[in-house]
Design a protein around this ligand. Structure first.
Ligand code: HEC
Ligand code: HEC
Length: 192
């Protein structure tokens, strides 16, 4: 009987916490950004938080993979979002309103505001003064990929660049970059 009562009070506590955690101002506007307490617990197993913002997915995922906010610090996202008309030789300009909304989303979920494993490691790898404009230029990324020869990437006619995360990482969309899930296009499973 005692264990039943204890279990019930633990459950009640969990649900109350879930309600409190779910009531985060930041997530109020974007319903789809809301997470239950349990999915937050589960997501801690992932490398970075997956993208839930549909506007972001549409606008910033049309030319390339929609990079998760947790892959770069807030200062990088601010710089990228402040210069969209000159975005890696392309014009990626947005309406002022959408630009502000997406900047807020990126900053709120940036690597320095996230508790996910890879976000923390990316932050640790950066020197204080540096503001990388590419995920692929962060010391953590470079260290993790330096054993992959360029004939499999840049000189690989089926790939061409490290920026295409999802081409090699089958679960990148879900925020998972486990090296066991890597398949290099035209080459196959990665085995080091
Ligand atoms: C018109 C096409 C286009 C749109 C729209 C676009 N980008 Fe890009 N983006 C590019 C190109 C081209 C590159 C360089 C890719 C390469 O070098 O392979 C790039 C690169 C990037 C990179 C660096 C990737 C790396 O190498 O680590 C980031 C970060 C990025 N974009 C963020 C965004 C964000 C945020 C948005 C939405 C506001 C966005 N992009 C919208 C074309 C676009
Ligand atoms: C050419 C295919 C390829 C591309 C493109 C690629 N990766 Fe990787 N990535 C790998 C391989 C292979 C490993 C494992 C390397 C090793 O362990 O030696 C890896 C490892 C990682 C790791 C560490 C995982 C672990 O288990 O330690 C992270 C995080 C990661 N990649 C993120 C990214 C991100 C973010 C992008 C896009 C900006 C990206 N990768 C693009 C092939 C790729």
């Amino acid at each position: 009987m005692k264990t039943i009562i204890t279990s019930i009070s633990i459950l009640t506590l969990l649900f109350t916490t879930a309600l409190v955690v779910g009531d985060d101002d930041r997530y109020k506007k974007e319903k789809h950004d809301e997470k239950s307490f349990f999915s937050r617990l589960f997501e801690k197993d992932l490398d970075v938080a997956p993208v839930k913002n549909t506007v972001y997915k549409e606008e910033c995922g049309s030319c390339h993979f929609a990079y998760q906010p947790g892959l770069l610090p807030a200062r990088s996202w601010k710089k990228i979002m402040g210069n969209l008309e000159n975005h890696f030789d392309e014009n990626a300009e947005l309406d002022k309103e959408v630009q502000t909304e997406l900047t807020n989303y990126l900053v709120a979920n940036a690597a320095d505001h996230a508790n996910y494993k890879r976000s923390r490691r990316i932050m640790r790898s950066l020197s204080k003064g540096s503001t990388p404009l590419r995920v692929t230029e962060t010391p953590y990324f470079i260290r993790k990929h330096d054993e992959i020869p360029s004939r499999l990437v840049k000189d690989n006619p089926e790939l061409g660049s490290f920026s295409k995360c999802a081409a090699c990482h089958g679960n990148a969309e879900k925020g998972s970059y486990d090296e066991d899930d890597v398949r290099i296009p035209g080459v196959g499973k990665w085995d080091d």
